[in-house]
Design a protein around this ligand. Structure first.
Ligand SMILES: Cc1cc2nc3c(=O)[nH]c(=O)nc-3n(C[C@H](O)[C@H](O)[C@H](O)COP(=O)(O)O)c2cc1C
Length: 339
């Protein structure tokens, strides 16, 4: 029988050829600090397509220049970035994979010049400046920036969108009671803290009818942070508002580091999948085909996101196939050395 890892998966109008997703990973390679695709990005992503990942996510692409983690971040805030992005989607698709873009705003974790913004003026740590509290117009403008980015994503041919609501960046900062001390309709109750993300999802949905993923940090590792019950509720709302899949990462809202071990975030993907009735992606220290197969066969997640092991080995899918005794088709040009 074909391993679950190599079965196709459909969401909306797209069928992924397998369940292997390249997790978004910042490459800090926009060397001119203009958010534009460089040759590095083309080689990097194309090689993972040749390696047969079903879906390849770009690194976080900033929806505004102020929302970059660093000056070298990828951007999708300006039409001058479209040519490069189009070249990227074409290159990945030509090599047989689907491609998604992660739409992001770094919020209080931005290390760019000029003011940085967040729901509340609380710094992340002593090394990063204190953010300005966002005004209502700031909030509306930023939501619009996500929508504009979605329109650009359509123009250049991305297949999937992922909203980055994890790792302590802007959207996560609205969700968490640790970083959102607002007293207006964007702060206070869980429903209010969700309003920013809710509006982004709804606005993006007005222009985007393809698969929409949301990456969350499903464990904040803090006594007074959001808990799994909160994320079950949030995922249920996201589903109603138009999200198709919740990509379950964790941490990053405070400097506290999680205790990481193989598959440590998988239980969150499993719980949210069961309790909120929405597709999930599992990520975090998943390094073998057998581990990925266990997650899928036990219905703990629908897709498996691979990060660092795909940096170490662009042919990770072939390694996984060999472990699962499956004969994976590769690029025709590589026939003599593939299996
Ligand atoms: C170099 C690097 C850059 C990353 N950049 C992003 C990013 O842009 N967006 C994101 O959501 N996660 C980012 N991550 C987290 C990964 O997507 C992934 O969730 C994490 O590495 C855990 O998976 P792994 O154990 O398979 O590497 C990054 C991780 C690495 C190693």
């Amino acid at each position: 029988m074909k391993p679950a890892l190599f079965t196709s998966y459909s969401l909306k109008n797209i069928t992924f050829k397998n369940r292997i997703v390249m997790s978004p990973m910042c490459m800090y390679s926009c060397f001119n600090q203009d958010g534009k695709i460089t040759d590095w990005h083309l080689y990097h992503y194309a090689s993972r397509a040749m390696g047969q990942a079903g879906l390849i996510f770009t690194e976080a692409a900033a929806v505004t220049p102020q929302g970059r983690i660093s000056h070298e971040d990828l951007g999708i805030w300006d039409d001058s970035q479209l040519d490069g992005l189009q070249k990227l989607t074409r290159t990945v698709k030509e090599n047989g994979s689907h491609i998604g873009v992660q739409l992001a705003h770094a919020g209080r974790k931005a290390t760019v010049d000029g003011p940085i913004i967040a729901p509340s003026p609380i710094p992340f740590n002593d090394d990063i400046k204190t953010p300005d509290e966002m005004s209502e117009p700031d909030i509306h403008e930023t939501i619009k920036a996500f929508k504009n980015a979605a329109e650009r994503a359509i123009e250049v041919g991305f297949d999937v969108l992922e909203i980055h609501a994890a790792h302590g960046y802007l959207v996560n900062e609205f969700l968490s009671p640790l970083t959102n001390h607002r007293t207006d309709s964007y702060g206070g109750s869980l429903k209010n803290r969700y309003r920013f993300l809710e509006t982004i999802i709804k606005e993006v949905r007005k222009v985007w009818d393809g698969p929409l993923f949301v990456r969350i940090s499903a464990n904040e590792y803090e006594e007074h942070g959001n808990k799994i019950e909160d994320f079950i509720q949030l995922a249920s709302w996201m589903k109603l508002d138009g999200a198709d899949l919740i990509d379950c990462s964790s941490g990053g809202i405070t400097p506290k580091r999680p205790h990481a071990f193989p598959g440590f975030q998988v239980p969150n993907a499993e719980t949210i999948r069961q309790k909120a009735g929405i597709s999930t992606g599992a990520v975090g220290l998943i390094t073998s085909g057998i581990q990925a197969e266990e997650i899928l066969q036990n219905e703990r997640a629908d897709l498996v996101f691979i990060g660092r092991d795909l940096l170490r080995n662009p042919y990770w899918p072939l390694k996984a196939a060999n472990e699962l005794n499956y004969s994976l088709e590769g690029p025709k040009q590589y026939d003599r050395g593939w299996n």
